[in-house]
Design a protein around this ligand. Structure first.
Ligand code: ATP
Length: 417
């Protein structure tokens, strides 16, 4: 009979080895899943060239959380590992708490990893987490992206999050901990019916009687993920043929865009809107459907802080001047998250959108090759009400605007999403 503990080690090790020696981070909440992950990794690290550093996020939401984090610290130290506690203090009492806490956690984990030079952070999600995520997304009528579930690996900037236990069952991991005599913490919010995830977890118990089991759902998520990869590949490949980047605009050949399958066109448009606006989320499905219809009928529209316009040959996605009208920045600061202005800075100079009023002062704007409407959303230098320079509209000497968003990122994001 196969030793179940050895099997866990083999499965987890397969995500990190073989390869050159490396140090990885392990995010441990103190719950059973992540604690099992910690101990399995520690066993692997005993014989392999794998360095571990452990981290716990204290969300500051429950008084006991600090204590629990300290307990994780004790376990880590007993294994001879360094442990850090990161504290989140960001909740303003508004919005979806669980969602905000999750986002903050990933942000803190990524910053922590960068600080310690770790390129990889392991997370303890299990097949149950995957099934719950799938059902939650089903409730929101998700498409292929959402129903693909969580990825085993997900890159965020220079840090990759890895979920080596994503195909493993929670009970099996609890069995591992029990065999080793390791105690874990049951988070009381795991019983709190106010949280959707908990209600879904309970519903899953019922559904499994109908054959809608954790493993069936996980397998479906994997099937859909495979379709998603195919769609992502075709989107990338079409983008290579149709898309060019002009200054800060995404421009797509109109005739080619018309010929795309609706799902591919949708993906290209989402990515263009995200790249131009810098937004974290895609627009809602309905808004996107309207935008695609507007492109098809040749009218264009405003969406997600961007303007979609058409001429004879192209579809252009540009920053909407109105969305950046109130944004200002000073020397050395980024404007609209993507522009840096370089030039003869002086006291009192500031950046803002060129706007129609600014453009009216740029007699040579046509020479720039960008439409009037686009140019209005580009950065310019002002001293009070006086326009000093508008690099994209050919106004003012000695100033350049450096685009900080990498054009390649547009194409690679099509593959990643
Ligand atoms: N407070 C935290 N500190 C560090 N890592 C965390 C924290 N919360 C969650 N994680 C990481 O994210 C993974 C999944 O998060 P989830 O919200 O399912 O955690 P959990 O319910 O606390 O479960 P677990 O039993 O895995 O610890 C965890 O396994 C762990 O790797």
């Amino acid at each position: 009979m196969t030793d179940p503990d050895a099997l866990f080690r083999e499965i987890v090790a397969g995500h990190f080895l073989p390869g050159p020696p490396q140090d990885i981070g392990v995010a441990v909440s103190g719950g059973g899943d992540s604690l099992a992950l910690l101990h399995i990794l520690a066993e692997i690290a005993r014989t392999e060239a794998l360095g571990l550093r452990v981290v716990t996020v204290d969300h500051g939401l429950r008084p006991a959380a600090r204590d629990e984090a300290e307990k994780v610290g004790e376990q880590a130290r007993a294994l001879g590992l360094d442990h850090d506690i990161l504290t989140w203090t960001g909740w303003n009492g508004e919005g979806n708490l669980q969602d905000q806490a999750r986002r903050a956690r990933y942000r803190l984990l990524a910053e922590w990893a960068r600080l310690h030079g770790l390129r990889t952070v392991a997370l303890g999600h299990t097949a149950e987490d995957q099934a719950e995520t799938f059902l939650m997304r089903l409730a929101r009528s998700a498409g292929t992206d959402g129903l693909s579930g969580m990825a085993v690996r997900r890159r965020e900037g220079s840090v990759t999050f890895v979920r080596p236990l994503l195909d493993q069952r929670r009970t099996a991991l609890r069995g591992y901990l029990e065999r080793k005599g390791i105690a874990w913490i049951d988070d009381p919010s795991n019983e709190d019916d106010r949280f959707e995830r908990i209600r879904i977890r309970k519903a899953l118990d019922e559904l499994s009687g109908l054959g809608i089991t954790v493993s069936a759902i996980s397998e479906t998520a994997r099937n859909i993920a495979s379709v998603r990869s195919t769609l992502a590949w075709y989107s990338f490949s079409e983008a290579q043929k149709l898309v060019r980047i002009e200054a800060g605009d995404i421009v797509m050949a109109r005739a080619g865009f018309r010929m795309l399958q609706p799902e591919i066109a949708r993906r290209l448009l989402i990515q263009a809107l995200l790249w131009v606006s810098g937004a974290e989320y895609a627009p809602r499905r309905r808004s996107l459907a309207m935008a695609l219809e507007a492109v098809r009928s040749g009218t264009g529209m405003t969406l997600h802080g961007c303007h979609i316009s058409l001429d004879q040959s192209d579809v252009r996605i540009t920053r909407e001047a109105g969305a950046v009208a109130g944004l200002t920045a000073r020397q050395g600061q980024h404007w609209d998250g993507r522009w840096l202005l370089i030039g003869p800075w002086f006291d009192g100079a500031g950046i803002r959108a060129l706007g129609e009023d600014g453009l009216a002062q740029c007699p040579d704007w046509r020479g720039a090759g960008l439409p009037f409407r686009s140019l209005a959303g580009y950065p310019s230098i002002w001293q009070g009400d006086r326009l000093v320079a508008a690099p994209h509209a050919g106004f003012g000497e000695g100033w350049t605007a450096k685009l900080l968003r990498d054009g390649d990122a547009f194409f690679s994001a099509l593959l990643a999403h």
